[in-house]
Design a protein around this ligand. Structure first.
Ligand code: BG6
Length: 481
């Protein structure tokens, strides 16, 4: 068999999001984001969104993994693993506490100055997500989140501040995390679009009128395109990317009805948003989809040109699991990060019911590259699992190593297929709060954070077995898995 080598400059690293990792939710002038209004939960007890902070609830983002105070230790650990790149998001409300201020919060900006300086010290390149489920809560209450067009300019102002401040620190930018979350009612309307004005209750039951959601998504598309155009015009050194939650779907049977249903799901879930962001226009199948779903959105004059001009330079995505699509009744169902599907009898599942499918990543990478012909980066991947700390303090997470190893093997295959894959940043490289459930016990990290679902714990960091394994993987540029 041919030996497949990773490119010399391959960007190995890890990924986090501010709201799940930073904590310090009120420090140095930070305002509340949508994530700060979300309680902890579990698969059985979905997390709630509350309009005020309730004393009888736990809000996991408030302290999270305390990166705000421990960034030096954390970035040093990343440096020890040999990271070339660290994907992090900037907390919008650290910079603009309500999203509406004229001037940014200097203290918030200074925090990221320190973070980027620390990255530089360890030879790590930051990859910044501008908006990762961190919309200012004030914009939810005032504007119904992205449903209002006004938010576009507020976002653009935020981008301009970041670009100017960090132009010498950051080259790689992603506008919206998993922008396609907005196409999905499960949590998407809440954490991604913020279209839950006046709503209090379980996130998965949040209002999710389709016209409202697709209007909000249109505003995100325009906002992203405007940010890309502005960056290209003013900072030619920047590389601007999108970010899609890639959900590989297979037809459950060879019944042509299943094949067509699967094609429709692939378009709705995966291709719709990236077609707009990579090709610069709504895809041909959008018209019929909108008609059949009764979706009517308003576009302003000039939007078409903005979308056309503001296409991204590279494509990034998350990848965790796959599902099947069927029109037949009676299939067993399985879970997933944006809704489930029919259970695939050939796959195993994680403790949270997400089906593990490394070959689905190779398939996804080929499909993506064939469609867009632009560099691709896998900016999230990993196994959410419970870890046990042994009496001697060690953590033997072979299940995580096996999961990641299988996915890297398939990334190599995709490279061999000819895909221009430029980097890999596994999710939650240091343990953090789960986005879907608000749990701490659903862990992804190479580094364990001593914190429990009830908020107790020392927050101490412990290197897991996967830490040393990943360190070796990076050192050998993926040769020794
Ligand atoms: C992605 C998100 O959907 O999946 C992350 O971008 C999230 O924010 C990750 O944490 C894993 O999902 P979960 O629900 O296990 O945290």
């Amino acid at each position: 068999m041919a030996v497949i080598r990773m490119p010399e400059n391959f960007l190995w690293g890890g990924a986090v999001a501010a709201n799940q990792f930073e904590g310090g939710w009120k420090e140095d002038g930070k305002g509340p984001s949508i994530a700060d209004m979300c309680t902890s939960g579990s698969p059985e007890h979905p997390k709630l969104i509350t309009r005020t902070i309730r004393s009888d609830c736990l809000y996991p983002s408030h302290e999270a993994s305390d990166f705000y105070h421990r960034y030096e230790e954390d970035i040093a650990l990343m440096g020890e693993m040999g990271f070339k790149v660290f994907r992090l998001s900037i907390n919008w409300t650290r910079i603009f506490p309500t999203g509406m201020e004229k001037e940014p919060n200097e203290k918030g900006l200074e925090f990221y100055d320190r973070v980027f300086a620390c990255c530089r010290q360890h030879g790590i390149e930051p990859l910044v997500t501008i908006s990762h489920y961190e919309m200012p809560y004030a914009l939810v209450e005032k504007y119904n989140g992205w449903h209002s067009r006004e938010v576009i300019d507020l976002f653009l102002n935020y981008c301009k501040v970041l670009f100017e401040r960090y132009k010498d620190d950051v080259k790689y930018w992603l506008t919206f995390n998993e922008i396609n979350a907005g196409t999905n009612h499960v949590l998407g309307a809440m954490i991604s679009l913020g279209t839950v004005q006046g709503y209090e209750g379980a996130g998965i039951q949040a209002p999710s009128d389709l016209t409202v959601r697709y209007q909000a998504l249109h505003h995100q598309f325009v906002a992203s395109a405007k940010a890309v155009i502005y960056a290209h015009e003013n900072y030619p050194q920047f590389r601007m990317g999108n970010m899609i939650c890639f959900l590989t779907r297979y037809p459950f049977t060879c019944d042509p009805e299943d094949v067509l249903a699967c094609q429709a799901e692939m378009r709705r879930l995966n291709w719709f948003c990236s077609d707009v962001m990579c090709r610069g226009e709504y895809p041909f199948y959008a018209k019929r989809f909108f008609e059949e779903k009764g979706i009517v959105i308003k576009q302003e004059q000039g939007d078409t040109e903005i979308l056309k001009k503001g296409t991204v330079d590279f494509y990034t995505h998350s990848f965790y699991q796959t599902n099947c699509i069927t029109t037949h009744s009676g299939a067993e169902t399985s879970a997933g990060n944006m809704g489930g599907g029919a259970k695939n009898p050939y796959l195993e599942s994680s403790e949270w019911g997400w089906q593990i499918d490394a070959k689905g990543l190779r398939y996804a990478l080929n499909e993506i590259y064939e469609r867009y012909h632009m560099p691709v980066m896998v900016v999230e991947n990993g196994l959410g699992a419970r870890d046990t700390v042994e009496l001697d303090g060690s953590i033997h997470d072979l299940y995580r190593i096996n999961y990641l190893r299988r996915h890297i093997e398939e990334m190599k295959e995709a490279l061999h297929d000819g895909v221009d894959l430029i980097g890999y940043t596994p999710w939650g490289c240091i343990d953090l709060v789960s986005a879907s459930t608000g749990e701490m016990s659903k862990r992804y990290g190479f580094v364990y954070v001593d914190k429990n679902d009830d908020g107790t714990g020392t927050l101490n960091r412990i290197r897991k077995d996967s830490f040393y394994w990943y360190q070796k993987v990076i050192r050998t540029n993926g040769e020794d898995l």
